[in-house]
Design a protein around this ligand. Structure first.
Ligand SMILES: [Zn+2]
Length: 454
């Protein structure tokens, strides 16, 4: 039995335009056998099935290369690392992976998490235990005492349940790469940004160039990709020179970084959604606002976008990713905002943004050659929309426009189950975010009450 899909508009990911009156045909294994004009399609027999999307825009399933399945819509780093057992996080992660797929994202890269959460979710979906997106999984970030994800004082260290795996020398780093590969990761995540700044404000990388080279080389030797967290110029440069496959952020990049990225062929995932959501949605009472993070983020965002535009103009390939998994970027909600920001802030055409999240992202993923474009031999991972994102990229964020999601030819449906967010995450012990001095209390107009005994 084959399945025929009538498409009002068909966007394959290979071209900038959509063709009208298209047809997809896929076999019982969910593999495409025909993609093209309805007029040229093979003849349908009586055993074949017909799905009618003749009033819809059909395109490849969307891909987000920066979605953290282990974070659970976290409100703080402690929330990510400490308070819930890995087993609970895995169950929670599966629930949220399904929410992401329901938003039209048929494949995601989960770049850095605690334990073996994302790869367990990946394997459970692959084994057919659950419906869900295709997952490309990393293990914990490799970090040093100078790196992001080694948040806690040295007398605490990086706990086993943390997303950071602290390595204190290059031998430990190589050992950790081998351990993670043995356990089945698809990629190695490096916390390449450091925590110290030079007097001029530049971030000092957490690893040296030589260490970055060795870790990347060993990962590649074992057939795995490498992803780095690199906001700083130095971390971006080291990653690009080492041949890291995907660089996150890159906000402080310069001409030297661009040249190195072009040479290595590294993809760049700027991840605009997280900072933009932080800037746009953080309320004044939130600790992030109280600490001045909104202003700082906005300033860095403006500078970052100017640098990123230079990289785009030079031909560095960009991939959309959102840093989903925080309270400011909950699962299944904002993935497609990245595409709108690619258009609005980086100057992509809608077609280029769509091709970045399909064709280009598909090339990066473990399932490269199977996903990202609709053509014979590829998986029948596609979505059907009411309206054209080529005319208005914003409709991808409007769930009422998303009519169907298919993964390997099977329609993905999941009940929109409400849940209690307080029992899912936010177990941190913080009780107050203000300091109640006499002066502050007077300023607030709060008054001690008389609590007389009955
Ligand atoms: Zn991230």
């Amino acid at each position: 039995m084959n399945t025929f899909v009538r498409c009002g508009s068909l966007f394959t990911g290979r071209e900038d335009e959509a063709q009208t009156a298209g047809m997809l045909v896929f076999d019982r294994d969910g593999r495409l056998t025909y993609v093209g004009a309805e007029a040229g399609a093979p003849r349908r027999t009586k055993n074949d099935r017909l799905i009618d999307h003749s009033v819809h825009f059909v395109m490849p399933g969307l891909i987000d290369v920066h979605t953290h399945l282990a974070y659970g819509n976290a409100k703080s780093e402690e929330d990510i690392d400490l308070y819930s057992p890995l087993e609970f996080r895995a169950l929670r992660g599966m629930f949220f992976a399904q929410k992401v797929a329901a938003a039209g994202y048929t494949a995601i890269c989960s770049p850095g998490d605690a334990g073996q959460i994302s790869l367990s979710i990946r394997d459970a979906i692959r084994a057919g235990l659950f419906d869900g997106p295709r997952v490309m999984a990393a293990g914990p970030y490799l970090t040093t005492h100078q790196g992001l994800t080694d948040w806690y004082p040295t007398w605490i260290g990086a706990p086993e349940t943390s997303i950071g795996k602290l390595v204190t020398n290059i031998d430990e780093a190589v050992e950790e790469v081998r351990r993670q590969v043995k356990n089945g990761v698809d990629c190695i995540k490096l916390a390449l940004d450091g925590i110290q700044r030079r007097p001029d404000g530049e971030l000092i990388a957490a690893f040296t160039q030589e260490e970055t080279d060795i870790i990347t080389r060993e990962s590649h030797r074992l057939g795995r990709k490498v992803i780095s967290h690199s906001v700083g110029r130095e971390a971006t440069l080291y990653a690009a020179r080492a041949g890291v496959d995907l660089i996150f952020h890159g906000f402080d990049l310069d001409e030297e970084c661009i040249a190195a990225m072009l040479q290595s062929g590294s993809f760049l995932c700027p991840t605009l959604t997280h900072p933009r959501n932080l800037i746009d949605f953080t309320q004044p009472h939130e600790p992030a606002a109280q600490k001045g993070r909104v202003e700082v983020t906005e300033r860095r965002y403006r500078l970052g976008v100017a640098n990123l535009k230079k990289a785009k103009a030079a031909g560095v390939p960009f991939l959309p990713g959102t840093d989903t998994g925080f309270a400011i970027t909950p699962y299944g909600e904002w993935h497609a905002r990245e595409l709108e920001l690619f258009v609005e802030d980086l100057g992509f055409t809608p077609a280029a943004a769509l091709r970045a999240t399909t064709e280009a992202a598909g090339r990066f993923m473990t399932s490269a050659g199977e996903i990202g474009v609709l053509e014979p031999g590829h998986a029948a991972d596609f979505i059907a929309l009411d309206g054209s994102p080529l005319a208005d990229i914003g409709i991808l964020q409007d769930r009422s426009r998303l009519r169907a999601v298919y993964i390997a030819g099977k329609e993905f449906r999941v009940a929109d189950r409400p849940y209690d967010p307080r029992r899912v995450t936010d177990f941190a012990l913080t009780n107050w975010t203000d300091l109640y001095t006499q002066a502050r209390v007077a300023e607030l107009g709060a008054r001690p009450r008389r609590l007389a005994a009955e």
